[in-house]
Ligand binder design. Structure first.
Ligand code: SAH
Length: 301
């Protein structure tokens, strides 16, 4: 099937239902079949996998994955699109379709998603949980970052997102993209841009370039962070005032828990110059620094 046919197919399906792509839901359908394949193969979808797809659209990615996956859970906010997708997915007996907002709020995924993941994983020996999706761009950041707080933890994420967001996630220190999100993801995962994609691979064309991002959580990395909620909160506080020096960035982040002399003591002990900026520290340096703060704050005065 050529690109052209896919575009024709999708636009005809919408037309039959009297619909048009909805910008408010970030409806940009992937019309390049090679890239659809690339998502599927990069994720190494196999029969042990419970695959979560957020943004079913008209079902093209689910249809690609369902014959290979143990189970596919696909989530779509738009009931009209979900009806179209249901027709495409009818032939599969290993697909759950959920018509719901994937986010309960900015900081929480919709609990029914994870409940369904747990249910399906329980039925598959050695099940692995993967997120494979052409994500709706307006909710991509909270979906990716919140997923790192969930149990079960994803084994792998392979997602198309805005190129800008992908670059922020893989950014090295001392760049403008190096941010709280970078630290949150890189402190727990290997993150890699698989492919940059021009607007033309989607219909309708988005205004920006996109990227396929692969994220693989690594227990050895995650285990260095003793309290992940605490770490997440402090990393965000640390990067809130980007132009300040490390000493004040850390003092502000720790203001309710540590005195300035205690902050200075921690920086000295770790041989971190107070007039650096947080963005100049490597991920392991930030982990060590915040762990030292957490320990100091929780030890009896
Ligand atoms: N996977 C399909 C569609 C991608 S477009 C394809 O590649 O062709 C993104 C899809 O996410 C749209 O169908 C949109 O309606 C859906 N969507 C947008 N916001 C959502 C949300 N908060 N929860 C679930 N689905 C959402």
């Amino acid at each position: 099937m050529s690109e052209r046919q896919t575009l024709t197919f999708l636009s005809r399906r919408l037309e039959q239902h009297g619909l048009q792509p909805k910008t408010k839901y970030g409806q940009n359908f992937l019309i390049d079949l090679n890239l659809l394949d690339m998502l599927h193969t990069t994720a190494k979808v196999n029969s042990n996998d419970v695959v979560l797809e957020i943004g079913t659209g008209m079902g093209s990615l689910s249809t690609r994955m369902a014959p290979h996956a143990g189970w596919v859970i696909t989530v779509e906010i738009d009931s009209q699109l979900q009806q179209i997708a249901a027709e495409e997915l009818r032939e599969f007996s290993n697909v759950t379709m959920l018509q719901v907002d994937a986010l309960k709020n900015k900081n929480t995924l919709q609990p029914s998603l994870i409940e369904e993941v747990r249910t399906q994983m329980a039925a598959i020996p050695n099940a692995k949980f993967k997120l494979v999706a052409n994500l709706p761009y307006n909710v991509a950041t909270p979906i990716i970052s919140n997923l790192m707080q969930e149990v079960p933890l994803v084994d792998r994420m392979v997602v198309t997102i805005q190129k800008e967001l992908a670059e922020r996630i893989v950014a090295p220190p001392s760049t403008k993209d190096y941010s709280a999100l970078t630290i949150w993801m890189q402190s727990q995962c290997e993150c890699r841009i698989v492919r940059i994609m021009p607007p033309s691979v989607f219909w309708p064309r988005p205004k920006v370039d996109s990227a396929i991002l692969e994220v693989i959580p690594r227990p050895a990395l995650r285990d260095r962070i003793v309290d992940r909620d605490y770490f997440h909160e402090k990393v965000r506080a640390l990067f809130f005032h980007r132009r300040k020096f490390l000493r004040s960035q850390l003092a502000v982040a720790m203001q309710d828990e540590l005195t300035k002399p205690q902050v200075d003591e921690i920086l000295a002990k770790l041989e971190l110059e107070p007039n650096l900026r947080a963005e100049q520290l490597s991920v392991p340096q930030i982990i060590d620094m915040l762990e030292a703060c957490r320990t100091a704050a929780s030890s009896p005065k």
